[in-house]
Design a protein around this ligand. Sequence first.
Ligand SMILES: [Zn+2]
Length: 459
Amino acid sequence: MKKRHSPLALMLLCVLLGVAAPAVAKKPARPDAAPAAVPDAPALGEAAKSALAKVNNRVAHIDTNGLKALLQAKPETVVIDVRNPEELTLLGGYIGTAYFYNIPRGQLEFQIDTFVADKKRPVVVYSNYNQRSPLAAGALMQLGYTNVKNYADGFFAWKRAGLPVKYADKALDSFLYSKPQEVIPGVWSAIGATAPQTYENSGHNNNLSFVITEDGVLVMNGGANYLLAQSLHEEIKKLTKQPVKYVVLENAQSHAIMGAGYWKAQGAIIIAHKDAAHVIQQDGDKLLEATRARLRDKAFKTEVVMPDRVFEDKLELKLGSWKFEVLHLGPAHSPGDIMVWVPEKKLVISGDMAFHERMLPLFDDTNTAAWIKTWDRFEALGAQTIIPGHGRPTTIAEVTKYTKDYLVYLRAKVAEVIKNGGSLQDVYKVDQSPYAHLDTYDELARVNAGMVFRAMEFE
Ligand SMILES: [Zn+2]
């Protein structure tokens, strides 16, 4: 498992950003990433609301005009951006002032005295929304800082007012859990975390793959949010000048669809199965809500968008010399499962049809009997390289072992329990030890057994 920021790296980053604040504001090298309209702040639970209300009562607040005046009157004022470093890179910069530091909210108490030794010095803290910053101001007051203000309007108000903004010189960080790796010439995949989507992994817990052709790029999966999609695009731009023309959504799960809005804004055509489109239409808002609850500020700019092109069984695409078949071979893991098949390279980007490193998950609407049938068609493609939905690229033998063979195994075990008049409790105890080494085994093995039991009772 990879750790993304060491405290040292963060510290370095802060120092970098702190000193990278020359008096002459440079023209931004990067296109302005700030949105025209700022989405509402993520909703807060009752406990968070009351914590914020309490701290808001005891900290001093300052608005945009107030901060502008303060920086003119007291240029020694320290301005602290409490967002994570990647937000400064990806969200259009930071407040341009002489004494600026980026100290993420979680590091504030530990790092503040290395940046601001004098506790009487004027300090202003800010973030995107007025959520982290009042807490940051409160924390500084508790540490004995006597001249602290919360810039309540936040970064985007500052930027919209046309006040000085600086930019990180280059992408300092990324929402990607891992950088893309070349699987076969022209085909790349950024492997996601094995854990569920968390704030830490920025929702990158599935594979985000792309194919670079002479006439544009095809991307498999929109990614779990707007900024993650943008991070992937930054990596693609390092490899090619070709535009991203197609984005294929492997199904309607949030880590496949939530970043699609970013791609749509770049002019890419979003492709999905018609069943996935139906789920997006029905449940998109709920999925967005869950994304925002999970990823908070990292869900910034994430919206639900509908696919531009839907299909039923097969969609053929040509880009340069590459021929792609986008296929729905039948029911498998979830509604509208599709894959990208490149016959000439014997490569399939299989989506969640195929699992091998983590235990496959079963849902209420997963039909395991149908998945096994669909598998035969999948195997018949004759793929030599498989980029699955999760985990490293592999072979058909490997995914067969942990997808079809597992389904057959589990169904046989459950059938035995049913035959012997056993209950759900008995089914939880069936032996799945041959699969115990798989990631997510602890979370999923019993759940899967229960799902199969409930389905097989009616078969
Ligand atoms: Zn998945």
